[in-house]
Design a protein around this ligand. Structure first.
Ligand code: SF4
Length: 286
């Protein structure tokens, strides 16, 4: 049963990224909750994350590359059991060749991780950690951190696995934004400034690290408050603008997007009229 549309009450790095990419995409995902087709790349990411998480259930000495590789088919079966709709990804794959290639790619990504980190030397404090914290303004931030390591000195490292390739430096901001977002949440929850943010790119075999300072957290907090303000305004006025970019090629909602000749569904939330002197879709007051 699907619940009726509600105004957004919290922000995660992915949804913040959606709004920055295209406000209308944010509306389709968060308010209309339009269904999206599962993608092979995103599902492979989920599968690889599951293997890297579960591997730490075993004693340190048994966390080997062949063992992790061998876990891939079993974790795929678990994923399918939890989300049967994923079977649609391979329903036209009569001879199983595409599925076999896709599983092989997942195994290669898992194997590459061992060239970047050594799980026999790691004892994560947390894995797949759901975090939620409230800012002074009342804005709730939430998300899932792939791994948290805590050194004997108490230093905290936040680790995120990416199954894609490391972006060129000029495009690396969104990943760093996500990590600083998590650093802010950890700071709010525990009063600890994470010593290091670490992005592990399994697609290209790169590890990118950043040691944040308080000014980074304050900057990301200001940015999130401004974003939330814009989201709140759009929620109230129903004014969600499309922002076309080359990323539209990956958008599942072109059929509803005016940029592609479509019409969005009827806006499901009450629209507040804007008062005199306020910005909004109403007539300007002199
Ligand atoms: S197709 Fe592009 S502009 Fe339209 S909703 Fe999707 S991301 Fe936004």
């Amino acid at each position: 049963m699907t619940s009726s549309p509600q105004p957004p009450v919290s922000l995660s790095p992915s949804r913040a990224g959606d709004f920055m990419q295209c406000p209308l995409l944010y509306r389709f995902r968060v308010i209309d909750r339009l269904p999206e087709k599962p993608s092979p790349a995103a599902t492979r990411g989920t599968l690889v994350h599951a293997v890297l998480e579960r591997l730490f259930d075993d004693p340190a000495a048994e966390r080997t590359a062949p063992k992790a590789r061998a876990m891939v088919p079993g974790q795929w079966a678990r994923l399918l059991e939890a989300r049967p709709e994923l079977a649609a990804l391979f329903e036209d794959d009569a001879d199983g060749e595409r599925l076999a290639r896709w599983l092989r790619e997942a195994e290669e990504l898992v194997e590459r991780w061992f060239t970047l980190e050594d799980p026999t030397l790691l004892e994560p404090a947390e894995r797949e950690l759901f975090v939620e914290a409230e800012l002074d303004s009342g804005l709730r931030l939430r998300g899932v951190i792939d791994r948290v390591d805590v050194a004997p000195t108490g230093d905290v490292r936040i680790v995120d696995y990416k199954t894609g390739k490391a972006p060129r430096p000029e495009y690396g901001d969104s990943a760093l934004f996500q990590m600083t977002f998590y650093a802010l949440v950890v700071w709010r929850l525990k009063g600890v400034l994470p010593r290091r943010l670490q992005l592990v790119y399994l697609g290209s075999g790169d590890v990118v690290t950043y040691d944040p300072v308080m000014a980074d957290l304050r900057r990301v907090e200001r940015k999130l408050l401004a974003l939330w303000d814009a989201i709140r305004r759009a929620t109230e006025t129903g004014d969600w603008r499309p922002r076309p970019t080359k990323l539209c090629g990956w958008c599942d909602h072109q059929a509803f997007c005016p940029e592609f000749g479509g019409t969005p569904p009827v806006y499901p939330l009450p629209v507040q009229s804007t008062g005199p002197g306020q910005n909004g879709p109403g007539p300007a007051m002199s």
